[in-house]
Write a protein that binds this ligand. Structure first.
Ligand code: SF4
Length: 137
């Protein structure tokens, strides 16, 4: 907050008028702000088209067979941003749904029987790579 006041006069308009990459760089320079937090600020407060990566996202996508070449934040984010349109509403909802799935169903011990991504569920088509194989992992 001190940085926000000193740098931007406590003005969100001023803050979010800054180029997104530059603002991300500045946020990452604040003690305690990591990539996930910086991107959450950019997306949820600033309405910038930046996809947020968190542990839920990595777990669910990893189990369903979608993984970037390297298991680091930048590559995970690139996987989403290269394959989705840069749409703030879409990124917002997509991340929120992954969080919900990770909290309620795709837990450390997944509840695959009740998962909307399980192809054995009636409302999902065949062929999705995530099957009950992941149980207990
Ligand atoms: S089917 Fe199981 S492992 Fe796959 S996403 Fe759903 S809860 Fe997770």
């Amino acid at each position: 907050m001190e940085w926000f006041g000193e740098s931007y006069d406590d003005s969100l308009d001023k803050l979010f008028s800054v180029d997104t990459n530059e603002l991300r760089r500045q946020l990452l320079g604040i003690y305690g702000v990591g990539e996930e937090t910086a991107d959450a600020i950019l997306l949820y407060a600033g309405n910038k088209p930046v996809f947020v990566i968190d542990a839920y996202t990595r777990r669910i996508m990893g189990r369903t067979g979608f993984k970037p070449p390297k298991d680091n934040y930048a590559d995970w984010q690139k996987l989403f941003m290269d394959n989705l349109p840069a749409d703030v509403s879409l990124f917002n909802e997509y991340h929120a749904l992954l969080v919900r799935l990770g909290k309620e169903t795709c837990r450390p011990r997944p509840l695959c029987e009740q998962c909307c991504l399980n192809p054995s569920a009636k409302h999902v088509g065949q062929g999705f790579p995530c099957r009950n194989l992941h149980r207990g992992k």
